[in-house]
Design a protein around this ligand. Structure first.
Ligand SMILES: Cc1cc2nc3c(=O)[nH]c(=O)nc-3n(C[C@H](O)[C@H](O)[C@H](O)COP(=O)(O)OP(=O)(O)OC[C@H]3O[C@@H](n4cnc5c(N)ncnc54)[C@H](O)[C@@H]3O)c2cc1C
Length: 356
């Protein structure tokens, strides 16, 4: 008798790790990862959890639920220590941007407040914000690779298996059972296969009908300069995210790219941008440059979760764009129920074929 309660998750980035975390309580979970956990975009992310994104600082989709799901994932994974709850400071780029930022602070006083320029200087002397700044008190930062590892560790404690060095080549279903074929030639069966391969999915010819779009991004890690006053996570002209003895600076948005390596030109641009917010940042303290690809769904700009067209037991979980930290836990939390009843998923995230 086949056990339909077993799930094969392919990919151990934010999507796959969140899915493993939320499913491992009720299902037998196996995670297959081609390289190592957080080898893709999740390893390049700066780690901002900012519910008011974009030029006008509008709330992300399903903001209260998304914040709650992130909080729940952190608690379940025992990853509270990896989270910096200092808020996210968004210096306004000019007087025009200050206006929508103030409106956001007025509309969501329990999640954000407006700081005029003198208040920013008093609170954060290292930060240059001549037009004032929105302090997103509901936001913060989390070291994404550590968070991914913590979620996988918590899933393992509930019986999940995580196998690295297993690259998926193909998938399908027959007689009501799903399977994956690996590069090694092995075939594995499961009640459900969940594809959470990030850019690996975008490259797979069998998913070309989803028309996913990739945006390469680079981050730069600097040693924290001695004597730098305390900084909150910053997002404005690029971003600056404190992480222990280092600062993570980002990011580039490259819609066309030939390779996935970080480039010195982008490093220079990122440093120049960050210096508009923190003028005293030095040049010489470079520790690491990392690049990854954000996967998005053109048109809807929502993530994707659900059975692939023409399948019942092969699912996809992708399209987290720049909001992996807020979207992955939100969607993963629906999975245990959605696997038996996909109709509970909001229409906005369900998979449908778009015209070419
Ligand atoms: C530069 C940059 C900065 C970012 N900053 C932030 C931020 O501050 N805050 C935020 O919320 N989001 C941020 N993001 C977005 C966030 O990183 C992504 O939304 C999220 O990490 C995507 O997670 P994922 O699991 O879908 O994909 P990935 O992290 O790419 O994971 C996919 C995994 O699947 C594996 N894989 C691929 N193909 C196969 C295969 N055939 N077989 C087996 N395994 C396979 C890969 O090795 C990888 O480990 C940033 C992204 C970038 C690039």
């Amino acid at each position: 008798m086949r056990d339909f309660n077993d799930i094969l998750i392919v990919g151990a980035g934010l999507a796959g790790a969140c899915a493993a975390l939320f499913l491992s309580e009720s299902h037998r979970v196996r995670v297959l990862e081609a390289e190592r956990p957080a080898a893709g975009a999740s390893g390049a992310a700066a780690g901002l959890a900012n519910p008011f994104m974009g030029r006008r600082a509008r709330p992300v989709w399903r903001m209260p639920e998304a914040l709650d799901a992130l909080h729940e994932a952190r608690a379940r994974a025992d990853a509270e220590a990896a989270f910096t709850a200092a808020g996210v400071l968004r210096p306004a780029l000019d007087a025009r941007q200050a206006e929508p930022f103030r409106q956001t602070a007025d509309r969501f006083p329990d999640r954000a407040c407006w700081l005029p320029a003198p208040a920013v200087t008093e609170r954060y002397p290292a930060v240059h914000a001549p037009h004032g700044a929105l302090l997103v008190t509901a936001g913060g930062a989390i070291a994404v690779p550590a968070f991914v590892e913590a979620m996988l560790a918590a899933a393992r404690k509930r019986g999940a298996e995580v196998h690295t060095g297993h690259r998926l080549r193909a998938w399908g279903e027959h007689d009501g059972i799903a399977y994956v074929d690996l590069d090694s030639g092995e075939r594995l069966h499961a009640g459900t296969v969940l594809l959470a391969m990030g850019y690996g999915g975008l490259l797979h010819p069998a998913l070309s009908n989803l028309h996913l779009h990739g945006v390469k991004g680079q981050t730069v890690r600097l040693r924290r300069p001695a004597g730098l006053e305390p900084l909150p996570p910053l997002s404005g002209s690029g971003y600056v995210v404190p992480d222990g003895e280092t600062l993570v600076l980002g990011s580039s948005y490259e819609h066309t790219f030939d390779d996935l390596r970080p480039s010195p030109e982008q490093t220079r641009r990122i440093l120049d941008q960050a210096r508009r917010m923190v003028p005293t940042l030095p040049d010489a303290a470079l520790v690491e440059e990392t690049a990854g690809v954000r996967v998005g769904v053109p048109g809807t700009r929502r993530p994707l979760l659900g059975p692939l067209p023409g399948h019942r037991r092969c699912w996809i979980f992708t399209g987290l764009g720049s909001k992996g930290l807020l979207m992955a836990p939100l969607l993963a939390r629906w999975l245990p129920r959605a696997l038996t009843d996909p109709a509970i998923l909001p229409l906005e995230v369900r998979v449908s074929l778009k015209p070419a």
